[in-house]
Design a protein around this ligand. Structure first.
Ligand SMILES: Nc1nc2c(ncn2[C@@H]2O[C@H](COP(=O)(O)OP(=O)(O)OP(=O)(O)O)[C@@H](O)[C@H]2O)c(=O)[nH]1
Ligand SMILES: [Mg+2]
Length: 299
């Protein structure tokens, strides 16, 4: 039996969560085209019994928030979650966006990673969006650093080269116990996943600053005979944001509620009744107490 931990690290929006979902063949983490989608450490458990000689293998993937220059206390807290994660894993999987030029932000991240001696692999993602020359350029850039034990080109969205990458990562697992039951793909609580689904729909529907200032709290959750009854509060930072989230005649919020409900029904495999309310918590992203009580600070 081999097992261990892989830290999925990278800048925002490079496709870390998309890759996690692709590896598991199941949607565990929310994704969106906006940066700072992930705010917590998301656990994805990959268990396989067809390793060498039918040996069992369990890889615990830790998806992390994108590392960025923080503009508020929430930003600093989620950066810290990512940094704390990569320091304690068996192997670091750095994800980069192949559709973007290598810049100072990428260099800053490399400088940070250079300080840890955890083995590192880099995956150049979004291969479906780049030509061979661009790929070669990036490949050379990462190879020159001599920091990585391997460099892969993948498309998380299309699943290209993903099995090969997992195979390579499994080589870093060590003799050890199964950390989780083999039939689960995450141990994140259902309530958390439900709140994330609602936040994902808000990220997709809203623009600019509004979705980034949103927090979703599940207030009530009750399994009834034929339906699960869920009540959630969407906190936003300003009165004007509240009006935008609700929309004319409540239409925007209704759309968010419907899209979220469909996904939650798929997750739970049963009918769901979802009620959403919007409340204001002014500038909560700069309140140490609030981000702590909402679970964004690593203990
Ligand atoms: N074309 C293409 N798009 C991709 C690929 N992987 C991810 N994306 C898109 O990139 C965007 C960001 O993906 P996420 O998985 O949310 O990125 P992330 O790195 O988890 O972002 P944060 O959580 O904000 O740090 C989404 O719109 C994805 O659909 C890929 O291989 N090809
Ligand atoms: Mg993410």
């Amino acid at each position: 039996m081999k097992s261990g931990f892989v830290g999925i690290i990278g800048r925002p929006n490079v496709g870390k969560s998309t890759l996690l979902n692709s590896i598991l063949g199941e949607k565990i983490a929310i994704t969106s085209s906006k940066p700072q989608t992930t705010r917590n450490r998301i656990k994805g458990i990959y268990t396989s019994s067809d390793g060498e000689n039918g040996e069992k293998l369990q890889i615990v993937f830790l998806d992390t928030p994108g590392i960025h220059i923080p503009r508020n206390k929430l930003g600093s807290a989620i950066n810290e979650v990512a940094v704390n994660t990569y320091k304690g894993v068996d192997v670091i999987l750095l994800i980069t966006d192949g559709a973007k030029r290598f810049d100072r932000g990428d260099q800053a991240l490399l400088d940070m990673l250079a300080e840890t001696d955890v083995p590192k692999i880099v995956a150049i993602n979004k291969m479906d969006m780049m030509g061979p020359e661009e790929y070669l350029d990036l490949y050379n850039k990462y190879e020159k650093t001599a920091m990585f034990e391997d460099i892969y080109g993948v498309s998380a969205l299309k699943g290209e080269n993903v099995p090969m990458l997992v195979e390579r990562l499994s080589g870093y697992m060590k003799e050890g116990p199964m950390f989780y039951p083999e039939d689960i793909s995450t141990d994140d609580p259902v309530r958390f996943i439900v709140s994330e689904i609602i936040r994902e729909k808000l990220l997709i529907t809203l623009n600019e600053e509004v979705p980034h200032g949103v927090y979703v709290e599940i207030e009530s959750y009750e399994d009834k005979e034929n339906i699960t009854d869920i009540g959630a509060v969407i906190y936003c930072e300003k009165k004007s944001h509240k009006a935008i989230i609700i929309g004319k005649g409540g239409r925007k919020l209704k759309g968010v509620g419907k899209a979220a409900r469909l996904d939650i029904e798929e997750l739970l495999g049963r009918k769901v009744f979802l009620s959403l309310w919007v409340k204001i918590k002014e500038n909560w992203r700069d309140s140490e107490t609030t981000i702590k009580s909402w679970g964004y600070k690593d203990e």
